[in-house]
Design a protein around this ligand. Structure first.
Ligand code: ATP
Ligand code: MG
Ligand code: MG
Ligand code: MG
Length: 464
């Protein structure tokens, strides 16, 4: 008999049928006569109960059925009264595929998230991380579906690049070295070339510039891939390696861009509610009792749209009325997440799209407004998170763009290829970047970004 995934098994009603399930033991309990094993195979948060009549099985084999062990179970499907599920399996044959001794770190019923980060190689076996990573998968599918349905093309931008489009300067440099030499040299004083075959290159901080090239030929595109930022900070919202979704659309202006961002986020949230409810319910009950309510709330309300200048006024008024912030607010300052969250959570009680930021705090490529002071930027601000999206209408005018690049110290020789789009049939266009893990923070209700990516890369954390 072929294996049935537990997610499918739990929906069956053909009681008496012979079935096979495989999975890992979560718990084992019972009496001297009958044992109940909760088995999970990762296909769903739900376990299937295996009922074992001990008299029918070999004692040595039974000893190996411990928490964490991997089993293949043959048995008969039966209606269940006590397992919390509609069905259970009455075991007729059990094979221990992989025994598991008591050094297995996931013995207890509950572990702290901090502890589970130390065992990132095993934590997907817990309910929490099983749920998070299943939702992560579904969100990735939702993203492709959303853009595909709207005629966007998935475009792959390079990971190794010489362009630092954010002007952030915080990039990981690519080096060439022989790992064999590294192992030989115990002092660690190894020779390596600090470049990519004779040229400086880094890991990409954003696929945007290349994405713009694609939009200027394919029309509507999106990227979805890993991005890297060498920010040596320790916040619950920043990773050194994270995934970004970046649509870029020819002929779109800032209003279209805002609508696209709002539609996109709502689509993803609706998808999660439609496809991941078991997992979301679990996370709601476990960590964040308002999660489902918050997700539904975002779906049912339009995002507030507001110029940065107005946002700063609101924050200044709050300060005048005694609201304390860690960082100062004034026109020209980049907003900290505490400011963003104040606008969203306390003032508007709604997601906010803040637009028209001062040009000094935004990148060179953003379209300049008539006022000479602001650019057509948009940040989408979310409850619990702050900035979830950063985007803009791009400057399509060659003269204005090159002038701004010079002012901001971006050498023309590094971006001549990018400037070419403005020389050869330029067009209005706009796009944005959404941090995949920030979206996941919102959808899962988790509060630390390290807990929504399988292997978080943060300062001093790259072992596995
Ligand atoms: P922040 O102000 O939070 O540092 P940013 O303005 O530096 O973000 P952008 O350059 O605008 O970020 O990147 C676009 C999006 O990518 C952000 O809105 C955010 O969702 C995500 N993002 C940026 N940096 C990180 C990071 N280090 N880890 C995870 N996601 C990130
Ligand atoms: Mg940043
Ligand atoms: Mg920002
Ligand atoms: Mg930003």
């Amino acid at each position: 008999i072929s294996r049935t995934k537990i997610v499918d098994l739990l929906k069956r009603t053909d009681f008496g049928a012979t079935v096979n399930v495989k999975g890992w033991v979560r718990t084992r309990r019972g009496s001297k006569q009958v044992n109940f094993i909760a088995l999970n195979d990762g296909s769903t948060i739900n376990n299937v109960q295996i009922v074992v009549d001990l008299a029918n099985f070999d004692e040595e084999m039974l000893k190996l059925i411990t928490t964490g062990a991997c089993l293949s179970v043959n048995g008969n499907l039966a209606e269940s009264v006590g397992s919390g599920q509609a069905v259970e399996v009455l075991a007729t044959g059990i094979e221990v595929l992989g025994a598991c001794d008591n050094t297995y770190p996931l013995q207890k019923k509950g572990h702290s998230l901090e502890f589970l980060r130390e065992v990132a190689h095993l934590r997907p076996r817990t309910n929490t991380f099983g749920a998070v990573f299943r939702i992560r998968h579904h969100m990735a599918i939702a993203i492709h579906q959303f853009f595909h349905d709207r005629g966007f093309f998935y475009f792959h931008t390079p990971i190794i690049t010489a362009s630092d489009c954010e002007g952030a300067g915080q990039m990981f440099q690519v080096t060439t070295m022989n790992l064999y030499d590294l192992k030989k040299d115990e002092n660690g004083s190894i020779d390596y070339d600090n470049d990519f075959f004779g040229k400086q290159a880094s890991l990409t901080v954003s696929g945007q510039l290349e994405g713009e090239l694609a939009a200027m030929s394919l029309g509507s595109i999106y990227t979805f891939g890993p991005t890297f930022r060498a920010e040596n900070s320790n916040t619950p919202r920043h990773l050194a390696e994270f995934w970004m979704i970046e649509p870029e659309v020819a002929f779109n202006e800032i209003e279209d861009n805002m609508q696209l961002a709002e539609d996109f986020i709502k689509y993803c949230i609706q998808w999660a509610l439609d496809n991941c409810m078991d997992d979301i319910k679990f996370l709601n009950d476990m960590f964040d009792k308002e999660l489902i309510e918050r997700l539904k709330f975002v779906l049912s309300n339009g995002f507030v749209r507001l110029p940065y200048t107005e946002g700063v006024k609101i924050l200044e008024e709050a300060v005048a009325n005694g609201r304390k912030f860690e960082f100062p607010v004034y026109w020209g300052a980049d907003l900290a997440s505490e400011h963003e969250r104040y606008l969203v959570e306390e003032h508007f009680k709604s997601p906010v799209i803040l637009t028209d930021y001062p040009k000094e705090i935004k990148s060179f490529y953003m379209k300049q407004n008539e006022d000479g002071k602001t650019v057509r930027a948009m940040d989408v601000l979310f409850p619990k998170i702050g900035e979830i999206i950063g985007g803009s209408q791009r400057e399509e005018d060659y003269e204005k763009l090159t002038r701004r690049a010079k002012e901001m110290g971006v050498p023309e020789k590094d971006i001549w290829w990018y400037l070419d789009t403005r020389r050869f049939g330029t067009a209005p266009h706009a796009g944005f970047g959404l941090g995949f893990e920030r979206l996941l923070l919102f959808v899962t209700g988790m509060s630390n970004i390290r807990d929504v990516i399988p292997f978080p890369r943060t300062p001093r954390n790259a072992d596995f």
